[in-house]
Design a protein around this ligand. Structure first.
Ligand SMILES: NC(=O)c1ccc[n+]([C@@H]2O[C@H](COP(=O)([O-])OP(=O)(O)OC[C@H]3O[C@@H](n4cnc5c(N)ncnc54)[C@H](O)[C@@H]3O)[C@@H](O)[C@H]2O)c1
Length: 307
C-alpha cells in the first residue's frame, strides 16, 4: 500500500512510520521539521520537507496514495496561545490543505489526528458525542479539522476517521522542547537529579497512553469497515486517568529517586481533568491498549534519559 504520513518525522508519526514499513507499505513523509527530526525518518522513506499549508508543494505528493495519516501540527496548547496565527496556519489551514490534496488525488482512506483538547473542561469521562468546548486555539483548530473531514465526507464522499488521542508518551519525545509535554519535562528534571516541577496543585488528571498502543489504534482506524468511516471522531486512550502527582511519583520510581516535587503556577489554557471513554474504539476498531503505565513509564524513562 502507498501511504503518506504528514508529521512523520515527529514523535507519534515516526513510530507509525516504523509500523507501516514493518508491514511492507511504501511510505512518504511530509514534514517541515519544525519539531520533527530528520533522523526519525528511516532509510527507504521519502521525506518531503514542506509546510502542510502549502498546497501547491504538497499536492503532488498525494497522487497515487491509498491511505493518508495526517499528524502534522504544532502539538502544543501553550504555543497556540502564544502564537495563534502561526499555529492556525499549521493546524487549521494545514488540515484543510491536506484534505483538499486528498480529495484531488482521490485518496481512498484518510485518518485525521485530532486531540482530546476538543473537549475542553467538560465534566466527567469524555465521550465522543458530548458537546465539544475547546479551551485553547489548539483545541479549536483540532475541532475544525474534524468538522472539515466530516464536510469532505458529506460533500465528496471522503472515507475517513478523526482520532482523538489523549496524553501520549514514549521514546523519541524531545526532552528539550520549549512547550514540551509533562512526561519528558519530568524526565529531563529527574535525569539532571532535580525534583520535578508541577504546574498547579498536581490534582489535574490525565489519561496517559503509551505510543505503541496509540499507533495500534491508528492502524486499526485505517483498516476499519468503510461504512463507519464517515469522519466521526474516535477517542484513543487507556480509559483510566491518574493525577499529575501520581505520575510524578511513578516516574520518580522508574528513575529510582526519591525527590519531593516542586509546585509552580498552573498553565493558562490547560484543562483540569481528562479521561476517555474508549468504548467506541473498542466497538468499531477492536482496539484494546496493552501496555500498563508502569511498563510504559519504565521503557520511556530508560529511552529518554539515555537519549
Ligand atoms: N503527543 C500527544 O500527547 C498528542 C495528544 C493528542 C493529539 N496529538 C496530535 O498528534 C499529532 C502528532 O503529535 P506529536 O506528539 O507526535 O508531536 P510532534 O511535534 O513530535 O509531531 C508533529 C510533527 O509535525 C511536524 N509539523 C508541525 N507543523 C508542521 C507544518 N506546518 N507542516 C508540516 N509539518 C509540520 C513537526 O515537524 C513534527 O514532526 C499532532 O497532530 C498532535 O496534535 C498528540
Amino acid at each position: 500500500m502507498r501511504v503518506v504520513v504528514t508529521g512523520g518525522a515527529g514523535f507519534i508519526g515516526s513510530h507509525l512510520v516504523d509500523r507501516l514499513l514493518a508491514r511492507g507499505d511504501l511510505v512518504t513523509v511530509v514534514d517541515d521539521l519544525s519539531t520533527g527530526r530528520r533522523e526519525n525518518v528511516p532509510a527507504g522513506v521519502a521525506l518531503i520537507e514542506a509546510e502542510v499549508a502549502d498546497l501547491d508543494v504538497i499536492g503532488p505528493v498525494f497522487a497515487g496514495a491509498d491511505l493518508v495519516f495526517h499528524l502534522a501540527a504544532v502539538a502544543s496548547v501553550p504555543r497556540s496561545i502564544a502564537q495563534p496565527l502561526t499555529v492556525h496556519r499549521a493546524n487549521g489551514q494545514g488540515v484543510l490543505s491536506v484534505l483538499e490534496a486528498c480529495r484531488a488525488a482521490g485518496v481512498a482512506r484518510v485518518i485525521v489526528v485530532s486531540s482530546a483538547a476538543v473537549y475542553g473542561n467538560s465534566a466527567g469521562v469524555q465521550q465522543e458525542d458530548a458537546c465539544a468546548k475547546p479551551e485553547s486555539f489548539y483545541g479549536i483548530d483540532k475541532l475544525a479539522g474534524e468538522m472539515y473531514l466530516q464536510a469532505y465526507h458529506r460533500l465528496f464522499g471522503m472515507t475517513g476517521l478523526a482520532i482523538r488521542p489523549f496524553n501520549v508518551y514514549g521514546p523519541r519525545q524531545p526532552l528539550d522542547a520549549v512547550y514540551g509535554s509533562v512526561i519528558p519535562r519530568f524526565v529531563a528534571r529527574l535525569k539532571a537529579g532535580l525534583p520535578v516541577q508541577i504546574e498547579g496543585t498536581g490534582e489535574a488528571t490525565r489519561d496517559f497512553t503509551y505510543v505503541a498502543d496509540l499507533v495500534d489504534g491508528l492502524l486499526r482506524a485505517a483498516g476499519a469497515d468503510a461504512a463507519v468511516m464517515n469522519g466521526q471522531p474516535v477517542n484513543l486512550a487507556v480509559g483510566h486517568a491518574i493525577s499529575v502527582l501520581t505520575l510524578a511519583k511513578e516516574l520518580a520510581a522508574a528513575a529510582g529517586v526519591d525527590l519531593k516535587p516542586l509546585h509552580g503556577p498552573a498553565r493558562v489554557g490547560d484543562i483540569l481533568h481528562s479521561q476517555a471513554d474508549i468504548s467506541r474504539a473498542k466497538k468499531l476498531l477492536g482496539y484494546a491498549p496493552q501496555v500498563s503505565l508502569k511498563e510504559g513509564l519504565a521503557i520511556t524513562y530508560r529511552a529518554l534519559a539515555h537519549a
